[in-house]
Design a protein around this ligand. Structure first.
Ligand code: NDP
Length: 323
């Protein structure tokens, strides 16, 4: 037996129950992993609250690191004792031990700790695809990044600076503004300011070619008003709630804009893409160009506290759970 967080019915953080569960056996193509650290991501809150649907009961979590305990039939790329990490469906990472499809795992270099790995697979691979694939940011471009002191946000700030971009961040407090600045944001706006007006001042009227908006409902309309003609609106999260249906004629009226709602799941669906993104991420982390800030660590059984901290906007950088 081992322990896991179980959700019997969706709701607030209190639905995250700590239960004894049978340790699963790895089936063909699977491995059993003993988790060392587990990533807490905003998407975990969407599944817990019911905003994103999944069959119940369920164990949340899409990201973790740990050691391979046992191999299922046909697994040849991994060995018992390997250090591994993942960010992937199916859900189930909030557990001491779990099985995962081997083709969703990556091997962890000795230079990357389990804690750093659990703090960066989701956030780092998301920053990688957003900055390099959804919209390819070029040196000298000015970009707008929401929740700039958050998990994805701090990686975006640092990585965009490495590319040579000028970063305008949006955060909710002066403390978070200082953290975003310390990680490379050139300008930091407070969420209650007139964001399009500030972007107009900073860019001397040019506006920005891309907005990375993870806040959703509260920021979507202002984000469209920050874009230059032919700009790309990247709506990649719903921290404030889901964006209501959009009248696409707005995109023409506001300058022939592009709108995308990307998901890491699509961008890493092919193993080659997962490995290429991971190689890129490990490279910038190992060279010290992107530092993964694990600012909050909770015991796995206290996952509810981690969720409360994240949804009340008290966190910065990454949040992890320790079994
Ligand atoms: P963060 O650490 O960034 O936490 C979310 C932040 O959103 C908060 O700290 C807060 O920053 C901001 N926020 C704005 N409005 C609200 C609100 N009403 N309630 C709570 N927070 C709010 O989380 P993650 O790094 O885990 O994820 C960042 C975003 O990226 C999320 O929206 C997530 O869904 C999205 N994401 C999308 C992926 C994809 O594939 N599309 C993959 C990974 C993440 P502040 O206080 O400064 O406003």
């Amino acid at each position: 037996m081992s322990h896991a967080i179980r959700v019997q019915a969706t709701g607030g953080p209190e639905v995250l129950g700590w239960e004894q569960v049978p340790t699963p056996e790895p089936g063909p193509g699977q491995v059993l992993i003993h988790h060392a650290a587990i990533g807490v991501n905003f998407i975990d809150l969407y599944f817990r609250s019911g905003l994103y649907k999944t069959p119940l009961p369920m164990t949340p979590g899409m990201e973790a690191s740990g050691t391979v305990l046992r191999l299922g039939a046909g697994v040849t790329d991994f060995a018992e004792g390997d250090r591994v990490a993942y960010v992937s469906m199916p859900l189930g990472a909030y557990a001491e031990k779990r099985v995962m499809p081997a083709d969703r795992l990556v091997k962890l270099p000795e230079t990357i700790s389990f804690e750093t790995a659990a703090g960066m697979m989701m956030r780092g691979l998301t920053a990688q695809f957003l900055l390099h694939r959804t919209y390819k940011v070029s040196p000298g471009e000015t970009i707008l990044v929401y929740a700039a002191a958050g998990g994805v946000g701090l990686v975006m700030c640092q990585w965009a600076k490495h590319i040579g971009a000028i970063v305008i961040g949006v955060v909710s407090s002066a403390e978070k503004a200082a953290i975003a600045r310390a990680h490379g944001a050139d300008h930091v706006l407070l969420a209650d300011e007139d964001i399009p007006a500030r972007v107009r001042d900073i860019t001397q009227g040019a506006m920005v070619p891309v907005v990375y908006d993870s806040v959703g409902r509260d920021s979507f309309a202002a984000s469209l008003d920050c874009l230059a003609p032919l700009g790309m609106m990247v709506s990649f999260g719903n921290a404030s709630g889901a964006v209501p249906p959009v009248d696409i004629s707005q995109l023409a009226a506001k300058g022939s804009l592009f709108l995308t709602r990307p998901s890491l799941v699509t961008y890493t669906a092919k193993r080659a893409a997962l490995l290429a993104g991971t190689e890129d991420l490990f490279d910038v982390v190992q060279k010290g160009l992107v530092k993964i800030e694990v600012d909050q660590t909770f015991a796995l059984k206290d996952a509810a506290e981690a969720h409360r901290a994240l949804e009340s906007r008290k966190t910065t950088g990454s949040t992890i759970l320790k079994p």
